[in-house]
Design a protein around this ligand. Structure first.
Ligand SMILES: C[S@@+](CC[C@H](N)C(=O)[O-])C[C@H]1O[C@@H](n2cnc3c(N)ncnc32)[C@H](O)[C@@H]1O
Length: 273
């Protein structure tokens, strides 16, 4: 196990985070599936899942490309990889290979793949340029690079405004920056992609405003609960501060007049020239 893959990662890799990533995947799955279909991913495609985490999208991709296609998942957390391998085993997927690797330390090389999928990873790497070079090199000419990455994390807001939840969103961004990442990394991707020899073909913003009755509300619910614990573990916040945030969230949840706007991410589709 690479201790680095577990200890250094700002969001943590425990069982609660594995479950939270599953919920997050289910919340955004319709958007993701529509994107993959628009790109044309189908039977026989050879795919790369960059920073695959516990393998939720990896398994879906493997089902879509079928036995004649394949998915290579790259992930540096051994704990996440264990969950990902188990998921694929349970779903009877024999066309997936997982590789435990740090994308900042290895070069994937020229793999001639049809497309790559990279979601919520670029915010956490020390060199987004190295990440993009790795992806670009792994694609065949004409291959697609697909990203879902945050561009405006500041839209993480509640109506009516809740001061402790406003400071929570600020603290999340600060914690990512303190660990060498950048929450709004999508703003840099078009430039980096062009420099790496890819042509950006489409960019779509993705944001929702939802009430506590909407399934998407479960996304901030799980994120706040799991991340408050992680921020305490990292020694960044006090138990009192965390209790205030949770209390305010519970009050928002109990108020039928509450609305939550998700942090905005960009769907970026680029093609290797
Ligand atoms: C927010 S999670 C997203 C996981 C997955 N892409 C998803 O959408 O569910 C970010 C993932 O990036 C991985 N990651 C971060 N830095 C990495 C690096 N340098 N090399 C490989 N994986 C990395 C983390 O271990 C984690 O699994």
């Amino acid at each position: 196990m690479t201790a680095k893959g577990e200890a250094d990662y700002v969001l943590g890799t425990n069982d609660e985070e594995v479950d939270r990533l599953g919920l997050q995947h289910r919340v955004w799955r319709p958007v993701v599936t529509e994107c993959w279909q628009r790109v044309g991913i189908t039977h026989g495609w050879r795919m790369l899942d960059v920073g695959a985490g516990p393998g939720y999208a990896t398994a879906d991709l493997a089902e879509i490309v079928g036995p004649t296609g394949s998915v290579l998942g790259i992930e540096r957390s051994a704990r996440f990889l264990e969950a990902a391998r188990e998921r694929c085993r349970r779903r009877g997927l024999a066309n997936v290979e997982f590789r435990e690797a740090d994308l900042m330390e290895i070069s994937l090389g020229q793999l001639g793949l049809d497309a790559s999928w990279c979601r919520w990873v670029a915010s956490f790497v020390s060199s987004p340029a190295k990440l993009i070079d790795n992806i670009a090199g792994a694609l065949r000419p004409g291959g697609f690079a697909i990203f879902h990455e945050y561009s405006d994390y500041e839209t993480f807001r509640f109506m009516p405004i809740r001061p402790a939840l406003e400071s929570f969103a600020q603290e999340v961004m600060a914690s990512w920056r303190a660990s060498g990442g950048e929450p709004n990394i999508a703003l840099k991707l078009p430039g980096l992609l062009t420099a790496a020899g890819l042509r950006v073909v489409e960019i779509r913003p993705q944001v929702r405003t939802v009430s506590p009755r909407d399934y998407t509300w479960q996304w901030p619910a799980s994120f706040i609960e799991v991340n408050l614990e992680r921020l305490r573990e990292l020694g960044r916040v006090t138990p009192e501060w965390a209790a205030d945030v949770l209390r305010e969230f519970k009050a928002a949840e109990a108020d039928a007049g509450s609305w939550f706007t998700t942090p905005t991410f960009l769907e970026i589709i680029a093609r290797r020239e």
